[in-house]
Each structure stands twice: as structure tokens, then as C-alpha cells.
Design a protein around this ligand. Structure first.
Ligand code: GLA
Length: 397
């Protein structure tokens, strides 16, 4: 008869594979899948997508004007590269099996539009759906994976977002893998953006299948939505890395539903989480405040850091007062002091909390764009309600 395990050994056997042992919440760990090897999105993709601001009101003219504005405003040079048309560009499937673009809204067709975008040093993206129809009822890619991948490649598409509407009863990991393989066969480097809203545990199979995968439902242009998506996306930090990113959905910065403090917080947290930075506003008509947020090079650098770590929540000193930190390639830490409450609050982080040894470290405030000095074990600041202070802490040699 086998001898019963001692309770201590039994507990250790259960806890050891969990890595951090006792601190982790129970439940299955993400399965480390081999990363998709298309060589793309080594840092989180950046660009613009039509959906958040324009919905179905997309046209050639909008895309051309947006491409021009991305160049004129300096957004392209700041890293916003992909110009992506979301739902509603397609109206039918032709007799040859290919998707047909709306000829009234896109009279010159997608190839000519992609050329226009490419000439401006930008890249071109389109939306489709892995199911039978898109969320707005347009033709979906289901059972047309090969022809759609070839069509997109022939048009010069560099980025495909694939949604998950009208997919009842279908197998998400299998269908996204099928389109991944069709894209690979089509022979053009295409960033693959999986959009099934976190409904089939994409953090487990996404890294082997796409370059990014949504972890949440759709964002809305309000503070409660930013916080809800932050909390969801934060759970899967260990699945992210170069070429494979958690996607808490596109940016709402500049769309009018939040204060500038809230938009700064939204942008800071997305950067800290190494989220894709897809602007979702009308870049042809941005306020100076919106521009200053989207074009903050030091915050963008945190998002685009080559180490590819997704930052995490490291302290909650009082309800609603959170410290988030991200390790960067040069050994420094990006830190977001997040005040979720409605009252301005003094907040502090210690070096210990952000994974640095005690000792002198330089603190740079990324929104004030000011050096705050050298501190030896902690940093404190007053954080506005529904806002952040974001700093970079660099240990001195
Ligand atoms: C879904 C997606 C959104 C957007 C719309 C378009 O809701 O999650 O990001 O693409 O469809 O219909």
C-alpha cells in the first residue's frame, strides 16, 4: 500500500509549479506556447484605427486625410505606423470569392488606398471577422481564409484585425490558427490582431497564433471603462513579450468623454502594460492637450521598451491608490502612481516595491517632463483625482 504523503510535502508539490508559490491565486497557469514567428511587432504595435471615433463612417477620404494628418502632426514619426480601417469597408463577396470593398466609399479600391498610405511612410491595415459575418453584418472570413489572406496580401495590407462575431459553435483557437497559416502562405508580413474579447482564454494560445489578442470587451470613452479594462488586462501580464501582446483595446484619448487627467492616466497605464497604442480619435482635428498626450515621447518609450515586459500592480497602499511598475531594458523602472479616487492624494512608492535596491536613483516625471532629483529609497507626489503621476526611476551606478 503506498504510504500517504506528509501534508507538508503534498502542499509543496502543489505549490512548486506555481513559481511564486503562496502568493499566486489558484487556477491554471497560462500555457507557455511557442511565440508566433512572423518577426513582427517586436514592440507593441502603434497606429490609428477608425472604429472608436468613426464607427461605420469610413471612407477613402477619411483614410487619406488621416494618413496626411499622422504625418503632419508628427504622429508617424513618434511611432504611430499602422492606419487600420475597422468594420464596414466591405459590402459583399464577389463571384470570384474575394471580398468587395464599398465602391461608393472607397472608389479607388483598397490597393490604391494602401499605396497612398505606403507612399507616406505608413502601413495599412484592414479588419475582418473569423466568423460568418462581421459585427456589423458584413461578410466574414469563415471558410474563406485562404482567399482573404491572398487578397489582403495582394492589396498591400500590413495588419489584419480579426473579430469574433457570428461565430457561434466555432472553435476560436483553431480558426485563428487557420487564418494565421493562410496569412503565412500569402507571403506578405502581416501583423495579426486577434479580437475575440478574451472569451476563449487567448492569453494561452494567442502567443503562438497572433501578435496581439484582445483580453477584454470593447472600450468606452469613460473612466470606469478604463479601470475595468486595466484590471482585466493586468491579469495576463506574464503572457506578453516581444511579438505577442495583450490588447486591452484601442485608445479613447481625444474623443471627448474623459478629462485630460483621465486621458493621461489611460495613456500612461496602456504604456505601462506594453499595450498596443492604436489612437482612436480624429487626428485631423486634435486639441493641443490631446496632441501633447499622444505625442509624449517619454511615455511612448515606456510602451516601446525593448525588454517587452508588461508592467504590473505592485502596491495598493489604500483603496484606490495603486502603484504600478514596469522593468525597462536599461534597468530603470517606469512607475505609475494611480489615483482611482475622486480626491487629490499624496502617494509614495518605495524602491523595494518597484524591485530596486535601496540607494540613489534619479527620478524623472514623464508628464511634467522634469527631473525631480535623486532619491535614495522612496518617492512621493500628489496625484490628481482620476489621474496619475508617472515617473522613470533610474538607479545611479
Ligand atoms: C467589435 C470589436 C470592436 C470593433 C467592432 C466593429 O465590437 O470588438 O473593436 O471592431 O466590433 O464592429
Amino acid at each position: 500500500m503506498p504510504s500517504p504523503l506528509s501534508p507538508v510535502i503534498a502542499l509543496a508539490l502543489v505549490a512548486l509549479p506555481l513559481g511564486f508559490g503562496w502568493f499566486r491565486s489558484p487556477g491554471p497557469l497560462p500555457q507557455p506556447a511557442a511565440p508566433l514567428d512572423n518577426g513582427l511587432a517586436r514592440t507593441p504595435p502603434m497606429g490609428w484605427n477608425s472604429w472608436n471615433h468613426f464607427g461605420c463612417d469610413v471612407s477613402s477620404r477619411l483614410i487619406r486625410e488621416t494618413a496626411d494628418a499622422l504625418v503632419a502632426t508628427g504622429m508617424r514619426d513618434a511611432g504611430y505606423q499602422y492606419v487600420v480601417i475597422d468594420d464596414c469597408w466591405q459590402v459583399a463577396r464577389g463571384r470570384d470569392g474575394r471580398l468587395v470593398a464599398d465602391s461608393v466609399r472607397f472608389p479607388e479600391g483598397m490597393k490604391a488606398l494602401a499605396d497612398y498610405v505606403h507612399v507616406r511612410g505608413l502601413k495599412f491595415g484592414l479588419y475582418t471577422d473569423a466568423g460568418r459575418r462581421t459585427c456589423q453584418g458584413r461578410p466574414g472570413t469563415y471558410e474563406h481564409e485562404e482567399v482573404d489572406a491572398r487578397t489582403f496580401a495582394a492589396w498591400g495590407v500590413d495588419y489584419v484585425k480579426e473579430d469574433w462575431c457570428y461565430a457561434e459553435g466555432l472553435d476560436a483557437p483553431a480558426l485563428y490558427a487557420r487564418f494565421r497559416d493562410a496569412l503565412a502562405r500569402a507571403g506578405r508580413p502581416i501583423v495579426f490582431s486577434i479580437c475575440e474579447w478574451g472569451s476563449n482564454r487567448p492569453w494561452e494560445w494567442g502567443p503562438a497564433t497572433g501578435n496581439l489578442w484582445r483580453t477584454t470587451g470593447d472600450i468606452a470613452d469613460r473612466w470606469s471603462s478604463v479601470l475595468a479594462l486595466l484590471d482585466l488586462n493586468a491579469q495576463y501580464a506574464l503572457a506578453a513579450g516581444p511579438g505577442a501582446w495583450n490588447d486591452p483595446d484601442m485608445l479613447e484619448v481625444g474623443n471627448g468623454g474623459m478629462t485630460d487627467d483621465e486621458y493621461r492616466a489611460h495613456f500612461s497605464l496602456w504604456a505601462l502594460m506594453a499595450a498596443p497604442l492604436m489612437a482612436g480619435n480624429d487626428v485631423r482635428a486634435m486639441s493641443p492637450e490631446t496632441r501633447a498626450i499622444l505625442l509624449n515621447a517619454e511615455v511612448i518609450a515606456v510602451d516601446q521598451d525593448s525588454l517587452g515586459v508588461q508592467g504590473m500592480l505592485v502596491a495598493e497602499n489604500a483603496p484606490d491608490l495603486q502603484v504600478w511598475a514596469k522593468r525597462l531594458a536599461d534597468g530603470s523602472r517606469a512607475v505609475v502612481l494611480l489615483n482611482r479616487s475622486g480626491l487629490a492624494s499624496a502617494m509614495t512608492t518605495t524602491w523595494w516595491r518597484i524591485g530596486l535596491p535601496a540607494g540613489p536613483a534619479r527620478v524623472r516625471d514623464l508628464w511634467a517632463r522634469a527631473d525631480r532629483g535623486t532619491f535614495t529609497e522612496k518617492y512621493s507626489a500628489t496625484v490628481p483625482p482620476h489621474g496619475v503621476v508617472m515617473v522613470r526611476v533610474t538607479p545611479e551606478p
